[in-house]
Ligand binder design. Structure first.
Ligand code: GLY
Length: 270
């Protein structure tokens, strides 16, 4: 908001905004301190989208604390949209990013505890969200979006979720609005959730109605939906917002006209 208030761009603001959470070691689902995969490797996914429709993404990126900034470099400095794994790391290092250990003592302990049973099950509402998605609108009315995560805790090596997939984890259309998803990526991808929300808004739905319809679509395509969480946030060109999830407990923040509010998203199942 400091960037937006001083006339900065939606793109700069959205990158800086999600970097705050990426740097928070206490958050176990994004950036440093994110839960590792089954082999103890912290692999990060992120994507970013600019008002002109350009976008960048990294998948399964290790050792770099701010995957969102690498995604932005992919967008701005390469002819590509997505870089994965070792290629993404090599590119990040060539751009001057520093290699770091992202596995904190707490995350390591939790992983070692998990290994005793190695039971894999997605947890609903990990810290309310397993991902951070953010949409910003600047003083010119231009819209940008970002999404960043360490993905599912104890996932298989190489697993990629919805968050770095443009249209699934996040999507922006500067004429319409933007949306982002949290929850089980496998379910969000099936519905191309964030793109769906934006298209529904294009066709006249309010952000709230669009999020509700996208959750309905996810549920229809995922038999076991009662045991997973998926939520969407959306904002349209007029600054109206919405949020809806399968389960209770999904909240989101709206900062507008100098007021920062945490809103309880509405939901399908109590
Ligand atoms: N939504 C985060 C993931 O499934 O990886």
């Amino acid at each position: 908001m400091k960037i937006l208030d001083s006339g900065g761009s939606a793109l700069d603001a959205v990158e800086a905004g999600v970097m705050v959470i990426e740097a928070d070691e206490k958050n176990t689902s994004v950036g440093i301190g994110g839960a590792p995969d089954r082999d103890g490797r912290v692999t990060l996914d992120a994507c970013i989208m600019a008002p002109d429709g350009s976008c960048g993404s990294v998948c399964a990126l290790e050792h770099i604390a701010h995957p969102i900034s690498v995604a932005r470099r992919v967008m701005e400095k390469t002819p590509h949209v997505i870089l994965v794994g070792d290629g993404a790391l090599e590119f990040a290092l060539s751009q001057g990013f520093k290699k770091e250990n992202l596995l904190t003592e707490e995350s390591k302990k939790a992983w070692e505890e998990w290994k005793k049973t190695s039971k894999y099950e997605p947890v609903i509402n990990v810290e309310m969200h397993d991902t951070i998605g953010m949409i910003t609108i600047d003083k010119n009315g231009d819209i940008a979006g970002a999404c960043t995560t360490s993905g599912l805790a104890y996932k298989m090596q190489g697993r990629v979720g919805d968050s770095p997939i443009i249209g699934a984890g996040m999507y922006v259309d500067n004429e319409v609005g933007g949306a982002a998803a949290t929850g089980l990526g496998e379910a969000v991808i099936r519905a191309v959730g964030s793109f769906l929300v934006v298209e529904l808004m294009r066709n006249g739905r309010s952000p709230q109605a669009a999020c509700e319809e996208a959750v309905a679509r996810v549920v229809k395509k995922y038999k076991d939906y009662k045991n997973i969480q998926v939520g969407f946030i959306a904002v349209n060109k007029d600054g109206e917002t919405g949020g809806f999830s399968i389960h209770k407990g999904f909240s989101y923040a709206v900062f507008s006209n100098g007021k920062n509010e945490v809103k309880e998203g509405t939901y399908l199942i109590e």
